[in-house]
Design a protein around this ligand. Structure first.
Ligand SMILES: Cc1cc2nc3c(=O)[nH]c(=O)nc-3n(C[C@H](O)[C@H](O)[C@H](O)COP(=O)(O)OP(=O)(O)OC[C@H]3O[C@@H](n4cnc5c(N)ncnc54)[C@H](O)[C@@H]3O)c2cc1C
Length: 748
């Protein structure tokens, strides 16, 4: 009984009181028994480790040699008492009064027979085959309402016109990418997110579904498409007003007006506020003068720069000598003959590690004049009297609101990256299900690569994670599409963190996919090299991942300050401290050694463990910062000092959110066997993630070494289970052979 009580984490003060009450009235107990039992019933005086392990030993040994399957905890206890010869008088274990008292005790401990049976019979579970599911049902669960739509796009991309090719010369590749982009625009895909009057459907959700489908194909196409319609078109759509929409959106959606998004400068990338290009209002001519002060302030890495006739240029807006911060202005770059206009200089960025189908360039402006109307004026305008006006008075809020409207890119980029990772994993898994190396016995067939536990360990957690991220990124897209002013900050933070976490995943998954295919993985025809080279920059553009993760942690800390009515940072820290102490107090010290499979596989355990890490990091980093601030350090310096700690906090927050969303969403999948298979993928993701942080859990004494070992064994088992359905799980991504295209992935 005490073994169950302590292992189970249910010895609350109320239960402890009831148990003590029962002990005092039990006639079978001697005075000495009562003293010991009362001691063990006090939450602050648990049985010693030695005693607990002794109980565990005798119970598990007994269960191995006796059939206890249908026994209740009480019956088991009585059998143990009898057979272990702990009491020599049979009346103690047969008498009704004892039985009734024990039954009462059991209900005080709150355990049901089923739970107890599971707990006591920690037998080696047979490795079951992951639930058999219909591939079509799984595709539906992944692609949801866009299943047919995505299939239609994939069909289009499978046509010979879209055949994937290697283009050694960047100019040919760029030309091809441009023609592909125009072909998609001809089908109406470019304008999807724009209003119907400009040829669109006002449907950002559908645009996101389209964008991730492009991610299975050629990433240069996906990125050029994204720059033209998402970034250039998006800046006009979100930062401009009707006059810009009427004039430019229809042509932008049709790709008859090609444009670029010129934000980054050589000198300033992550620090957008520090941009040096100026947009100075000249009241004499009612024009804006765009100027690059020094060579270092030129725009750099700008996608579509070589093909564009117009740029959306981000610059410091200066009106009447006053700098009003970064604003976007539409600046023509070239004439109808595609010649550069006076004052504009463009250079090619040359060959890159990947994405060579995208024409990235550098742009400088020398006092280029554009009409005042070219200012994208939704959040800041110059009125007829030549004065600056804005609906948002606070310059800092205005800056973040403007950038916030462009979060769509951060929502879409990780989706395309995830599709690339799914493609790479499909290629690798399909190859490893055909490729054999080494026989285990002479004369026998050689082993399939995917039958090696190391291969399972390398690829299956990544496959599981790709499923989890898929659901999480859908959640992000939903939240973004339904955003309101109230939750936009939270969504921006979510987008920043999910973008970083997912694109890091893509890079890691493609590297592992390449290595797991050996030399074949290195051949260009098998696509892994190009997929890797094309997507690894996803960790940098649309916001550098590290910088984004720091933004997330800043957001987590400032969420609390709102709850505190801006009472100051110290108040925030105090509150975090109190919150975390409650969390620790509520934790039963014995849960840390509970290592039964059923318990470790439960969503409850996994969520609690993810939450603990997040809360503990939030608490510890805030404690550290409090210490630094107390020593008179400014809060921004304290933030800087704690950067590495803050990165871990952001990761813990994002991991918890992904798991939470995955569990919530997969529960809603109507097909039972699909749901069961998804559940197992979630379990592998969760336990593998916990395992990857085991140093944290051991250091913070949240888990015992026995428990982390049990988790490792369980991850091995889950990898094997998932391996048994690996082919079906990648088939469910529904990537046509024409797009997968790698010879090693095609069935021989
Ligand atoms: C192929 C490609 C296409 C692009 N397309 C476009 C485009 O179309 N339009 C456009 O405007 N831009 C574009 N960019 C630019 C891109 O957005 C920037 O490269 C990105 O924002 C990072 O800026 P940076 O290169 O100056 O890096 P930096 O800001 O110099 O960062 C370099 C390193 O320093 C770290 N770092 C920076 N600040 C901090 C900090 N505060 N704390 C800790 N670490 C920090 C970063 O993590 C990073 O590892 C493109 C870039 C590439 C390579």
């Amino acid at each position: 009984m005490f073994y169950v009580g302590w292992a189970d984490g249910v010895l609350s003060p109320e239960e402890s009181r009831k148990i003590k009450e029962k002990i005092s009235t039990l006639n079978i107990l001697t005075l000495e028994d009562k003293v010991i039992a009362t001691h063990w019933s006090t939450p602050t005086n648990p049985p010693s480790d030695e005693i607990y392990q002794y109980w565990q030993y005798i119970i598990s040994e007994y269960c191995k040699t006796h059939n206890v399957d249908s026994k209740s905890i009480i019956e088991l206890g009585m059998m143990l008492a009898r057979d272990c010869n702990q009491c020599d008088d049979p009346q103690y274990w047969t008498n009704d009064e004892t039985k009734a008292a024990l039954q009462d005790l059991q209900s005080s401990m709150g355990s049901t027979n089923a739970e107890v049976a599971e707990l006591l019979q920690d037998k080696e579970e047979e490795v079951s085959v992951i639930a058999d599911f219909e591939i079509k049902e799984m595709t539906k669960a992944l692609d949801k309402k866009y299943t047919d739509y995505k299939a239609k796009i994939k069909k289009l991309l499978s046509y010979p016109e879209f055949r994937l090719q290697n283009f050694p010369v960047k100019e040919n590749y760029r030309e091809h990418t441009l023609q592909w982009t125009k072909a998609l625009a001809d089908q109406g895909f470019g304008a999807l997110a724009f209003a119907p009057e400009y040829g669109g459907e006002n449907d950002m959700d559908k645009y996101a579904a389209l964008f991730d489908t492009l991610g299975y194909h050629d990433l240069s196409l996906a990125i050029k498409f994204g720059v033209q319609f998402g970034l250039f078109g998006g800046s006009i759509n979100w930062l401009g007003t009707k006059r810009h929409h009427d004039k430019y959106l229809t042509d932008t959606g049709k790709a008859t007006l090609l444009g670029c998004f010129a934000m980054t400068e050589t000198g300033h990338g992550s620090n957008v506020r520090g941009l040096q290009t100026t947009a100075t209002y000249d009241s004499a001519t009612d024009e804006i003068i765009i100027h690059t002060p020094t060579e270092e302030d030129g725009k750099e890495y700008i996608g579509n720069a070589i093909h564009s006739t117009m740029a959306s240029v981000f610059a410091q807006l200066i009106v009447d000598g006053e700098n009003h911060g970064v604003h976007a202005v539409l600046v023509p770059l070239r004439n109808e003959k595609h010649e550069l206009l006076p004052g504009v200089r463009v250079e090619d960025c040359g060959y890159k590690i990947g994405l060579n189908g995208v024409d990235n360039g550098r742009i400088w402006f020398s006092n280029v004049r554009v009409p005042k109307e070219n200012l994208l004026n939704k959040f800041g305008d110059i009125n007829d009297k030549g004065r600056y006006t804005s609906p948002i008075k606070n310059p800092s809020r205005r800056f973040f609101t403007m950038l916030g409207t462009l979060v769509g890119g951060r929502v879409c980029v990780p989706r395309a990256g995830l599709s690339a990772a799914k493609t790479g994993l499909s290629i690798a898994i399909k190859h490893c299900l055909q490729r054999r190396q080494f026989e285990t016995k002479p004369g026998e067939q050689e082993m399939l690569l995917l039958d090696y536990p190391t291969h399972q360990r390398r690829l299956m957690p990544l496959l599981a994670k790709s499923y989890v991220l898929s659901f999480g990124l859908d959640y992000l897209t939903d939240r973004f599409v339904q955003r309101s002013e109230k939750d936009i900050r939270e969504i921006e933070s979510l987008a920043a963190g999910m973008k970083a976490y997912s694109t890091w995943f893509t890079t890691a998954a493609l590297q592992e996919a390449r290595e797991s295919c050996g030399g074949k993985g290195y051949l260009s025809e098998n696509r892994l090299g190009q997929l890797k080279a094309d997507t690894e920059i996803f960790t940098t553009f649309e916001g550098d991942n590290t910088v984004l993760m720091l933004l997330v942690s800043k957001g987590l800390l400032s969420n609390f300050s709102k709850e505190f009515h801006d009472d100051g940072f110290m108040a925030v820290l105090r509150m975090l401290g109190n919150q975390f102490s409650t969390l620790v107090m509520e934790q039963n010290p014995f849960t840390k050694r509970k290592s039964e499979s059923a318990y470790l596989l439960s969503g409850h355990f996994q969520m609690a463990t993810f939450r603990y890490r997040e809360q503990k990091l939030l608490y510890s980093v805030s404690q550290r910062m409090r210490g630094l601030i107390k020593q008179k350090m400014s809060s921004s310096d304290a933030f800087l000092r704690c950067q590495t700690h803050l990165l871990q906090l952001a990761e813990a927050f994002i991991e918890r959110t992904f798991l939470e969303q995955y569990i919530a969403q997969t529960k809603l999948v109507s097909d039972k066997s699909t749901r069961a298979a998804l559940k197992e993928m979630g379990q592998l993701y969760a336990l593998h993630t916990i395992e990857s942080h085991k140093d944290f859990y051991l250091e913070s004494e949240y888990m015992s070494p026995a428990k982390t070992k049990a988790i490792r064994r369980l991850v091995d088992k889950l990898c094997l289970q998932v391996r048994n359905q690996a082919d079906a799980l990648v088939e469910a991504f529904d990537i046509p052979d024409e797009i997968l295209s790698a010879p090693i992935a095609l069935k021989k």
